[in-house]
Design a protein around this ligand. Structure first.
Ligand SMILES: N[C@@H](CCC(=O)N[C@@H](CS)C(=O)NCC(=O)O)C(=O)O
Length: 185
């Protein structure tokens, strides 16, 4: 099987096991939170130290995964190639985030990626997915401040048949989290 090409992040922090979540962090209060969650959820991960005291967060390698130079950051390598834009699943929605300038370009990218995702999940052809998306898409615009604007295209999962996006990882994490019980204050 062909080896996946190296990522820019690997030029500074080599990855040993690509099947695991890669955590780039440091033991600061913010940095430790993700490691704690991964430990509690018993999700296998590989940890890499980013020394923010030495300015490692500003290297091109680190900015390729965390453009605002903040730790913690995680990378989860999707087998067979990842999507063009970040995709998210919550209990209620599927979302794709597009970035660009002007704002229309950010919106366009997130819509095009959602059309592709709907094709992957439901076997819809592009024009059918496009037509459906024009009826159900929600695009809240929140912050328009960064050099690259971002727009999120959301679809309400109740409007579509259930589908196991990325091997059903959302449901898997939901049940892992449920096994930890609840915290009451
Ligand atoms: N909203 C982020 C904030 C992350 C954050 O502020 N990280 C700090 C360390 S605790 C950082 O990376 N600072 C480096 C810098 O700003 O140059 C979170 O809660 O995780």
């Amino acid at each position: 099987m062909a080896m996946a090409p190296p990522l820019l992040i690997e030029s500074q922090w080599p990855i040993v096991d690509r099947s695991k979540i890669q955590l780039f962090s440091l033991n600061t209060p913010n940095g430790i939170k993700v490691a704690l969650a991964l430990e509690e959820l018993q999700i296998p991960y590989e940890a890499h130290t980013v020394n923010i005291g030495k300015g490692e967060q500003f290297s091109d390698a680190f900015k390729s995964i965390s453009p605002n130079s903040k730790i913690p950051a995680i990378v989860d390598l999707v087998k067979g190639g990842g999507p063009a834009w970040p995709r998210l699943e919550t209990d209620t929605h599927l979302m794709s985030i597009g970035s660009g300038r002007p704002l229309e370009e950010a919106w366009r990218a997130s819509q095009v990626d959602m059309i592709a995702w709907m094709g992957e999940l439901y076997g819809l052809d592009r024009l059918d997915a496009y037509q459906l998306l024009t009826q159900i898409s929600q695009v809240p615009i929140a912050n328009v401040v960064d050099p690259n604007y971002s727009a999120v295209t959301k679809i309400d999962k109740r409007l579509l048949p259930s589908a196991a996006a990325y091997g059903g990882i959302h449901g898997e994490l939901r049940s892992a989290a449920a096994s930890l019980g609840t915290i009451s204050y």
